[in-house]
Design a protein around this ligand. Structure first.
Ligand code: 4NP
Length: 154
């Protein structure tokens, strides 16, 4: 899961997808998150992101922000990005070489996604309602993602 700062959207997506993967019994699926920027590397998740997770009963409080590097991409199968700017940044980082992971928008797994409205808006610096809205979109996409992983051959 990738966003810009790795303190708001992608840590929420990591927490939600990890819990759903575990609930679905998908042993062997590991979910991590990164930022394309390093502004917040080493920091905990934004307190509003942790609070939004806790309001819905998702685990929170253990995250440390990381910036994604080319070496990380070698170890990843699927990179899901919060918005198009970060999708483009990951695509640039991955180049065109063999072993490149699949790089997509997280909301491409949202069954209700509408063309032209396929991003998770950045809630950083916004209200608790902005974080709840981002989490709504993350939950919806992660349900689609985990449903697809659960029904695909392993
Ligand atoms: P995120 O939110 O990409 O969802 O973690 C942001 C966090 C920090 C900044 C921008 C977005 N920033 O510019 O520091």
């Amino acid at each position: 899961m990738v966003c810009l700062g790795n303190i708001c959207r992608s840590p929420m997506a990591e927490a939600v997808a990890s819990a759903m993967v575990e609930q679905a019994g998908l042993a062997g699926v590991v979910v991590e998150s990164f930022g394309t920027a390093g502004y917040h590397a080493g920091e905990r998740a934004d307190p509003q992101a942790d609070a939004a997770l806790r309001r819905r009963g998702w685990p929170a409080g253990t995250h440390r922000a990381r910036q994604i590097r080319p070496a990380d991409l070698v170890a990843l199968d699927l990179v899901l990005c919060a918005d198009r700017a970060n999708l483009a940044a990951v695509q640039r980082l991955a180049g065109t070489g063999a072993g490149r992971p699949t790089i997509e928008l997280l909301r491409s797994y949202d069954p209700d996604v509408i063309p032209g409205d396929d991003e998770i808006p950045d809630p950083w610096g916004g209200t608790d309602a902005d974080f709840d809205r981002a989490l709504d979109l993350i939950e919806q996409a992660c349900r689609g993602l985990v449903g697809q992983l659960a029904s695909s051959p392993r």
